[in-house]
Design a protein around this ligand. Structure first.
Ligand code: XMP
Length: 506
């Protein structure tokens, strides 16, 4: 594996993903992780990330004592390069000014840049600079502003780069990372097929003859996990899907079809009545979330209790790597979304947790889904919130409103697919407002609901930009909705970004 030591760079996860894209397994550890912890990962190479500190600040995080003397190949990026240089006897100084943005390597040489010719565009973001190299090291690249843009150790396997090869603004960065992995002799066996085999073996070894239960939400993670577990443990798996009545058109059907390979191991609990009753009179968004969360636990607990009496030992969850990474930013485990984690089960139900995806990124789960035959529309599906349509109906949730929203949302989403726009946005949704506005139908005045359409582009869902969908497309959708869903009198398109707005309206 490649161990990535995190010194607080916003790009650390990106480094880990890039290494995986190059088919080498990667693990992120805190920059100050003890040597034994690092060696326990059996690293074939180490990458030191960037970070906001200055290496000459006495409180700045440093690599474990003895790590740099292990004879392991190392790539130091930005702060990581400065750590290497300083520790091995070079010198780092505050640069006259911050170098930020695009730069060009006007000169570069040696195997780290193999296959690259001419000027190379790279992304810089630093205020300190290496001004004197450790003994025996060489400068292997420079920019106009920076005479020490990359350095190499005499062993030919340890390097420092002042720029960020992991970001898209370094278009040849992947070649540089790949060259490093090659020079370091890192195994490149992290293929989806290999991952699938390894996961199946690990699950079998861990679970033995015991039985496993799993809550399926209909999203890509839990659906893929259901198929994986079914491959690994066959009929010892029971996957439970709670239909809370807040799903979109056809959703339950799609999940049922996708998980048909589980046979009797797939159970749907029809709890719509219970959820809608509990939501009666509730119009505050946070209260809706609480009610849905609480009812979900109730339903799930009842099922879990039955299964625990039938001797189920394991509770599987689709926790992903970003939820568990311990990085310089703090413990990741605290970030687990409440709906991912079927928390809140009473302590007398003593399931052991099985989290086969805890080392995977979402893209890797999607690759597994492909191998496991999960239908494409679920595999590439936009995220859908746990509380479902309850938070897309502003105000009280009623059956009638659910029905209106479902039909309108389905027209919007189907049209996105028909126009080949679905994959170009990160999330798209319809929102039913409680506002009724005046219209004309034939010669008569009419009152209809105002329906909001929202589509956003985003990578991390923390910030988002509204999607510039074509006018013709929006025109067609608005016409279709008002024609086929007469309860809707007006369709509006949300052109607010996040921040200040959120993606959902509630
Ligand atoms: P916001 O609206 O906060 O949404 O910009 C960011 C992402 O989170 C989803 N979301 C939720 N997911 N339970 C969930 O499981 C929730 O209560 C919830 N609220 C928002 C939202 O769909 C978007 O992808």
């Amino acid at each position: 594996s490649v161990v990535i030591l995190d010194y607080g760079s916003q790009y650390t996860r990106l480094i880990a993903r890039r290494v995986r894209e190059l088919r080498a397994f990667s693990v992120i550890l805190p920059g100050t992780a003890p040597l034994e912890r690092i060696l326990a990962e059996k690293p074939q190479a180490i990458i030191l990330s960037g970070g906001p500190n200055s290496v000459f600040d006495p409180a700045a995080p440093r690599a474990a004592e003895g790590l740099l003397e292990q004879n392991l190949p190392i790539l130091g990026i930005c702060y990581g390069m400065q750590l290497l240089a300083q520790h091995l006897g070079g010198r780092v100084e505050r640069a006259g000014r911050r170098e930020y943005g695009k730069a060009f390597l006007s000169r570069h040489e040696g195997p780290l840049f193999a296959g690259l010719e001419g000027e190379i565009q790279v992304w810089m973001s630093h205020s300190d600079a290496v001004t004197q190299l450790p003994p025996g090291w060489q400068v292997i690249a420079e920019t106009e502003e920076n005479p020490v843009a990359a350095i190499a150790a005499p062993d030919g396997r340890t390097f420092g780069v002042q720029f960020h090869p992991e970001v898209v603004h370094s278009p040849k960065g992947m070649t540089i990372l790949e060259n490093f992995l090659e020079l370091a002799g890192v195994a490149r066996d992290w293929t989806p097929e290999h991952t699938l085999e390894t996961l199946i073996e690990e699950i079998r070894a861990k679970v033995g003859r015991d039985r496993v239960m799993l809550a399926v939400s209909g999203g890509v993670d839990s659906s893929t996990l259901a198929l994986l577990l079914s491959r690994a443990v066959g009929d010892k798996l029971t996957a439970i899907f709670v239909d809370h009545g807040l799903l979109r058109q056809g959703e339950r059907h799609e999940v049922e079809a996708a998980l048909r390979p589980l046979g009797d191991g797939f159970r749907v609990v029809d709890a719509a009545e219970q959820f809608l009753t509990a939501l009666k009179g509730v119009s505050d968004p946070e209260e809706k979330r609480r009610v849905v969360g609480r009812e979900f636990i109730r339903v799930f607990e009842a099922e879990a209790r039955k299964l625990s009496q039938e001797g189920y030992r394991w509770l599987a969850q689709g926790t992903l790597y970003p939820d568990v990474i311990e990085s310089a930013g703090g413990e990741g485990a605290a970030n687990i979304k409440s709906h991912h984690n079927v928390g809140g089960l009473p302590p007398d139900l003593k399931f052991e947790l099985l989290e086969p995806f805890r080392y995977l990124f979402k893209d890797e789960v999607r690759e597994l889904a492909l191998l496991l035959g999960l239908p494409e529309h679920i595999r590439m599906r936009h995220p859908f919130p746990g509380p479902g349509l309850a938070i897309r109906i502003l105000g009280e949730v009623t059956r009638e409103k659910l029905d209106i929203l479902r039909r309108a949302d389905d027209i919007f989403i189907s049209a996105l697919r028909d126009w080949n726009l679905y994959d170009s946005v990160a999330q798209a949704l319809a929102v039913l407002t409680p506002v009724q506005s005046v219209g004309v139908v034939g010669d008569e005045r009419s009152y209809g609901y105002v329906l909001g359409l929202r589509a956003v582009s985003t990578v991390d869902f923390m910030t988002a930009d509204w999607a510039r969908l074509p006018w013709e497309f929006l025109d067609e959708v608005a016409r279709k909705i008002t024609r086929q869903v007469p309860e809707v009198g007006r369709v509006v398109y949300d052109i607010t970004s996040k921040p200040p707005a959120t993606i959902e309206w509630e």
